[in-house]
Write a protein that binds this ligand. Structure first.
Ligand SMILES: [Zn+2]
Length: 116
């Protein structure tokens, strides 16, 4: 028999699970977009904040006035996004495996079953 608090708890659990997979997807998506941005040859131009001359968006330093732009941090943000994405994905899968264990299933056995 399901008590009201069990139903409520399961609802919160499923919401948390969906949020985790959503965050995992968002972080991995951002990581992929950062990688695409970083490695595709870019011809985008912008105005320098300091001197107003036209420079490449991939420029780390303005060639006209020496204004610095933090494009070197893109690699860090890729790593952070990948790390967070995989972390949330792992947490989500861990919760799924805990839920399956409640019903007597083992996630690893199920996954093995798909490949064997
Ligand atoms: Zn400049």
């Amino acid at each position: 028999m399901d008590s009201l608090s069990d139903v409520f708890g399961a609802g919160i659990g499923i919401l948390c699970l969906l949020a985790m997979f959503f965050l995992a997807f968002m972080f991995l998506y951002m990581a992929v977009m950062n990688i695409v941005d970083k490695f595709k040859p870019t011809s985008k131009l912008m105005s320098c904040e300091s001197c107003g001359k036209t420079i490449s968006t991939s420029a780390y330093v303005c060639p006209h006035c020496g204004q610095h732009y933090g494009t070197s941090s893109a690699f860090d943000s890729i790593l952070v996004c990948l790390f967070c994405g995989l972390l949330f994905l792992f947490l989500g899968l861990h919760v799924v495996s805990l839920m399956l264990e409640e019903y007597g299933y083992n996630l690893l056995d199920i996954i093995k079953g798909w490949f064997i």
